[in-house]
Design a protein around this ligand. Structure first.
Ligand SMILES: Nc1ncnc2c1ncn2[C@@H]1O[C@H](COP(=O)(O)OP(=O)(O)O)[C@@H](O)[C@H]1O
Ligand SMILES: [Mg+2]
Length: 335
């Protein structure tokens, strides 16, 4: 990685609140990260930790009237949070595109796959329908859909889940985005198909030189696809680093807990040792570390104020007062 290059994406102190008459949901509470061009960042964390809200902020997909977004998001030369809606529409699909867990939310059930891809290509590039269809065929080959000519004429419901996922990827890649956001795109697939899609995605990412932010709650998936990993808890990144550092030498008790449950689940016959307790209520976040109430390492100071992210190695940071103690446990896990 060239450390002197300018990041493709810079997110600084992102805060997202959903405001209604009943409550104020603090979904994202000061998230910062960088993504270099051609890098894959995985965001991991339990359901409800703010992963999807962070991704949707980059495309400004939140309901505008009920959402308060603060902070700074830069993608390439675009200052995302200050763009007009019209400029934002140019960014969507052409610079940044997104794939989801459920392809049917991205694919229109009443149009043939080929027409949907061609439509996106024509809208952004203004080429002829014939050229756009030729491009659609190329894209279907690129995402390794078998018998692509025939599948171009198919409707989304005529494809299997795995093929729909690939077709959605073809739509997302149709305008050669510099940044692909992937929100649990393989979660609904069975294990074999999931691996095939991940291998394909990794190859496309390298061939296109695309930056990718990939959200998953599955550490095995993160290990397959990531260069670096951000672990989210209650709307904050609580650990951040290379995939090897975070998954092999975790420094935050929450990451350690996620890893212990996975290791036990896969290599032993015992029950998965889930982290006891449940995530905090985002309408009433505690003042200190939001993981402290569930943490076996917690001391009184943990509940006083939110611990800052501290460096625990080169390009590896965790927000925990008890890093030294946690790392002794983490060594034991690795051995
Ligand atoms: N449009 C919305 N209005 C109100 N609350 C929302 C909205 N979108 C997400 N949330 C809440 O924000 C929190 C984080 O959600 P999300 O980012 O989807 O979690 P995950 O990490 O599972 O992707 C959840 O408590 C969710 O209910
Ligand atoms: Mg989500």
């Amino acid at each position: 990685m060239d450390m002197s290059a300018r990041p493709l994406v810079e997110v600084r102190d992102l805060q997202v609140n959903f405001v209604s008459r009943e409550a104020n949901v603090a979904a994202v509470n000061g998230v910062s990260f960088d993504l270099m061009p051609s890098e894959v960042l995985c965001i991991i964390g339990e359901s409800g930790s703010g992963k999807s809200v962070t991704m949707r902020s980059i495309l400004r997909l939140h309901p505008p009237r009920r959402t308060v977004i603060r902070g700074h998001i830069r993608v390439g030369d675009y200052d995302i949070l200050s763009l007009s809606e019209r400029a934002m529409n140019e960014v969507r699909g052409a610079v940044v595109s997104m794939v989801f867990q459920e392809p049917m939310t991205a694919l229109d059930p009443v149009y043939r796959i080929g027409d949907q891809i061609a439509e996106t290509v024509m809208r952004h590039e203004g080429c002829s329908h014939a050229d756009a269809m030729a491009r659609a065929l190329e894209l279907m080959e690129l995402v390794k859909v078998p018998s692509p000519e025939r599948r171009l004429r198919a409707f989304p419901h005529e494809l299997s889940g795995g093929l729909r996922q690939r077709a959605m990827m073809a739509v997302a890649l149709s305008c050669r985005p510099t940044l692909l956001l992937a929100d649990e795109p393989t979660t609904a697939l069975d294990a074999t198909v999931q691996i095939q899609v991940l291998i394909m995605l990794r190859k496309l990412q390298r061939d296109f030189g695309m930056g990718v932010i990939f959200v998953t709650h599955d550490l095995g998936v993160a290990a397959q696809i990531a260069d670096k990993v951000a672990v989210m808890y209650a709307g904050r990144i609580i650990e951040y680093g290379s995939v090897a550092d975070v998954l092999m030498r975790p420094a935050h008790p929450y990451t350690l807990g996620l890893l212990s449950s996975t290791v036990h689940g896969q290599s032993r016959e015992t029950e998965i040792e889930a982290i006891p307790g449940s995530p905090p209520d985002l309408r009433h976040l505690p003042p200190g570390c939001s993981f402290a109430p569930r943490c076996k390492f917690a001391i009184p100071a943990c509940s006083a104020s939110f611990p800052p992210l501290v460096a625990v190695g080169p390009n590896h940071a965790a927000s925990c007062l008890r890093v030294d103690v946690v790392r002794q446990d983490s060594m034991a896990l690795a051995s």
